[in-house]
Design a protein around this ligand. Structure first.
Ligand code: HEC
Length: 189
């Protein structure tokens, strides 16, 4: 019994040393890979599965956490729809499309591709709305999605969110009418 104890601890120490060695080699390999310049960075070549999973999970978890305390205002006001619609048409439709338009230079060329916002979203609707507000306000790093918060107040962003809830139901004609700016509303205040 008494003689077994030191052997036991020596084996534990050996195992720890081996693990540290493996970790060192793995870190060295990763750094060498980054500096080698062989990872394809062009937007026309998809990520490898591992990179895709890593970035996708990082983004999903981060946005879910950051947006969980966003307070939902009343979004049914028709005024909101009109101002949000006009803003969407000016600032977003080029990337996120509109009824009757299924692709654009941006929707085809950006990677990650901007989702088609004329299609209904999935998952818990309230959570979805919170996340939409957060994403529009803060944007998404290393993607084409800009942060609109620095240049637009929360009210204006909520108006676009309100419009987004109606967008999947609109025909091209309805879209045209709702997103048209009338004279006094043209030009940004
Ligand atoms: C230059 C192109 C571009 C413009 C302009 C743009 N977006 Fe985006 N948007 C993106 C891209 C790309 C993503 C996806 C990013 C990702 O998946 O990491 C995105 C994501 C989003 C999402 C999240 C959608 C989802 O289901 O995950 C919302 C909501 C959104 N944008 C709304 C808007 C609104 C509203 C505007 C206008 C104020 C706008 N975007 C303008 C490129 C753009």
């Amino acid at each position: 019994m008494g003689a077994a104890a030191p052997v036991f601890w020596r084996n534990i120490l050996k195992a720890i040393k081996s693990l540290l060695f493996i970790a060192l080699i793995a870190t060295g390999g990763l750094i060498a890979f980054v500096y080698s310049g062989t990872y394809p960075m062009g937007a026309d070549e998809p990520h490898t599965r591992v990179t895709h999973w890593l970035l996708e999970t990082l983004r999903e978890k981060s946005i879910a956490r950051a947006s969980r305390n966003v307070q939902l205002p009343e979004l049914k006001d028709p005024e909101l729809l009109l101002s949000g619609g006009a803003d969407y048409n000016d600032m977003c439709a080029g990337c996120h499309l509109k009824p009757g338009v299924t692709e654009s230079d941006f929707s085809l060329g950006l990677y990650p591709a901007p989702p088609d916002l004329t299609k209904p979203g999935s998952g818990d609707p309230q959570q979805h709305v919170r996340q939409q507000f957060w994403i529009i306000k803060h944007g998404i790093k290393a993607s084409g999605m800009p942060a609109w918060g620095p240049t637009h107040d929360d009210g204006r962003i909520w108006a676009m969110v309100a419009f987004l809830q109606k967008l999947p139901d609109l025909t091209p004609q309805q879209y045209q009418i709702i997103t048209a700016r009338d004279e006094e509303d043209s030009g940004h205040h």
